[in-house]
Ligand binder design. Sequence first.
Ligand code: S3P
Length: 163
Amino acid sequence: MKIVLIGFMCSGKSKVGRLLAEKLNIPHFDTDEILVKKSGHSIAEIITRDGEAAFRALEKAAVNEAAAHAAGVISTGGGVPLDAGNMTALKKNAKVIWLKVSPETVLKRAGNFKSRPLIDPANPLESIKKRMEERAQAYAQAEFTVDADSDSPQAIVDKILKL
Ligand code: S3P
């Protein structure tokens, strides 16, 4: 079984993915973790030093690596579904689930903007809303949508298992 979690930053993809994989007794892959391990740099470092396009290329390689596994839960970075090729690779033999959150929830959870260079610290809520709107169609490619605004990660795992 292969399950792919997509959604905006701070929607709980990594935490829910880890718990879900444990529950299903299958491996967990996290595209952000894979690319950080491979590059030896943090995401913020890569984006601020080399730019977003360079980051997306590393992300694509991590997506392909994760998607190549026959079974597992794959937690993706928030921008992964923007690339059609990424989604083609991820959708193969997999159920794709969108963990949907509101911009206000993202802002509440985001904490230190230094580690999130795609949020404008001068106008965080507006920049989150704008990016989220731009991505709505990409996230809507998921077969299932789960409201991830207020439930605990464990409760979200239970919702996914019911699907
Ligand atoms: C990004 C989301 C981040 C990370 C990078 C870019 C995005 O992952 O991949 O900062 O474009 O939304 P999370 O969604 O795990 O925070």
